[in-house]
Design a binder for this molecule. Structure first.
Ligand SMILES: NC(=O)c1ccc[n+]([C@@H]2O[C@H](COP(=O)([O-])OP(=O)(O)OC[C@H]3O[C@@H](n4cnc5c(N)ncnc54)[C@H](OP(=O)(O)O)[C@@H]3O)[C@@H](O)[C@H]2O)c1
Length: 386
């Protein structure tokens, strides 16, 4: 760790004792070798580095010290069990998730338990965050921290909480780097861009994304981020006729138009689980005129995929009776549900929110197990969609 100055969109940030670098092919290979007892399919290619098939998410939980302490322990346990993907967002738990990750990783790096380049550290910007706790007057707080300093114009803020303006995103990225105590992140996702479609037409969203992508390409060139992408909830799995629908191919073409074939728009995140099968089962995207599912389209477009809500926010930790016939194995319901997600062709990493150490142990035990076959996955959805 060294002391170094970096810039985001021309503004200097002091990376005081920030962990330097990003995931590298050599270091993630070293991490993979440390977990040689894992099933060979546990580590997959996320662009040119190795990523674990199970990643730690940090969305849920109260904004308090007790939950920070739980997440700190969960992160340490996950890294020790072969998980090298950590996912967060600036707004999660009022920035506490990012700050807890930063504190924990810095301690583990100091203790030489991990190195920064072994990990894929992913965060998101778009939702306006609170600071440590929800303020008494959220609207007043956001006006004071976003509008008054000139980070965004009022008409650039949607639903009172979401903004993709480059000046705001540059500030959000700087703040995330400081929270995470790193010089750069591996993936910077634009968070639920379809939220904008509540208030603006698709043409305006595309123009806002163009400006955001231009910023993010500059940040990639400056070494502030390795890749960027979009993390959606409804967008990528919606019906193409729905207002919130987001088509993937035009966004990749947009990135190509800005930075050419070596652009850095390389990742997507979307929910997928037993109750939300669209990523694998809904042909709602197309590439070069060919209808494809979101997962197949991502693969065709060279995008790596992380899955959110693998357990449907815990509701799939208890499965309906009878499903074990289709999801066999000596495992718990949560492990079956999670194994289905990580086994689906096209999925790199299944993110699971886990702040309880027991959940980390249970979920990462799957790293030792083989995934289901593609046929087992397909058969299940053939049945569930009939
Ligand atoms: N639009 C977006 O960008 C978006 C949306 C949602 C999520 N995400 C990302 O995806 C990650 C995963 O999604 P999520 O956290 O919303 O939902 P999830 O992973 O489907 O479920 C997390 C919940 O399941 C519980 N759990 C985990 N393992 C369990 C086990 N073995 N047995 C029983 N319960 C278990 C967790 O409890 P404990 O926490 O108490 O351990 C937590 O309450 C998020 O953390 C976030 O990083 C992104």
């Amino acid at each position: 760790m060294t002391r170094r100055l970096r810039t985001v969109a021309g503004r200097r940030i002091l990376g005081a004792m920030a962990m330097q670098g990003v995931a590298s092919a050599a270091a993630t290979e070293r991490f993979r070798q440390r977990f040689a007892s894992c099933d060979p399919c546990h580590f997959r290619r996320f662009q040119d580095v190795w990523a674990s098939s199970i990643g730690l998410g940090t969305y849920l939980g109260d904004s308090d010290d007790a939950t920070d302490a739980q997440y700190a322990q969960a992160i340490e346990t996950a890294l020790a069990r072969g998980c090298n993907v950590i996912d967060t967002a600036i707004n999660y738990r009022c920035q506490r998730s990012e700050r807890t990750i930063g504190r924990t990783l810095q301690r583990l790096a100091h203790e030489q338990t991990i190195t920064r380049d072994e990990l894929l550290l992913c965060t998101k910007g778009g939702y306006l965050p609170f600071d440590q706790s929800v303020p008494a007057d959220p609207a007043r707080y956001l006006a004071r921290t976003v509008i008054e300093p000139g980070l965004a114009q009022p008409d650039e803020i949607v639903a009172g909480c979401h903004c993709l303006a480059p000046s705001y995103l540059a500030h959000a990225l700087r703040t995330s780097l400081a929270n995470l105590r790193v010089s750069s992140v591996d993936v910077y996702y634009l968070h639920n861009p379809e939220q904008q479609l509540d208030e603006v037409p698709l043409t305006v969203l595309h123009e806002r994304l163009r400006q955001a992508f231009e910023l993010l390409e500059r940040c990639a060139t400056d070494g502030i981020l390795r890749n960027y992408g979009i993390a959606t909830w409804q967008g990528l799995r919606a019906n193409p006729r729905a207002t919130e629908y987001v088509a993937l191919e035009p966004l990749v073409r947009l990135a190509e138009s800005i930075a050419g074939p070596a652009h850095h728009f390389r990742a997507i995140q979307l929910p997928y689980n037993l109750a939300m099968p669209e990523a694998a089962a809904f042909t709602n995207q197309s590439v070069d005129g060919e209808p494809l599912t979101p997962l197949a389209a991502a693969e065709r477009l060279g995008l790596s995929v992380a899955i959110s809500a693998s357990l449907l926010q815990q509701r799939l930790a208890r499965l309906p009776a009878g499903l074990d016939r289709y999801l066999p194995g000596p495992c718990t319901d949560a492990q079956r549900a999670l194994n289905l997600v990580r086994s689906t062709p096209g999925v790199c990493t299944a993110l699971v929110g886990m702040k309880q150490r027991a959940h980390v142990e249970e979920n990462l035990a799957l790293a030792q197990q083989p995934p289901y076959t593609a046929q087992q996955v397909t058969q299940l959805f053939d049945r569930s969609l009939r």
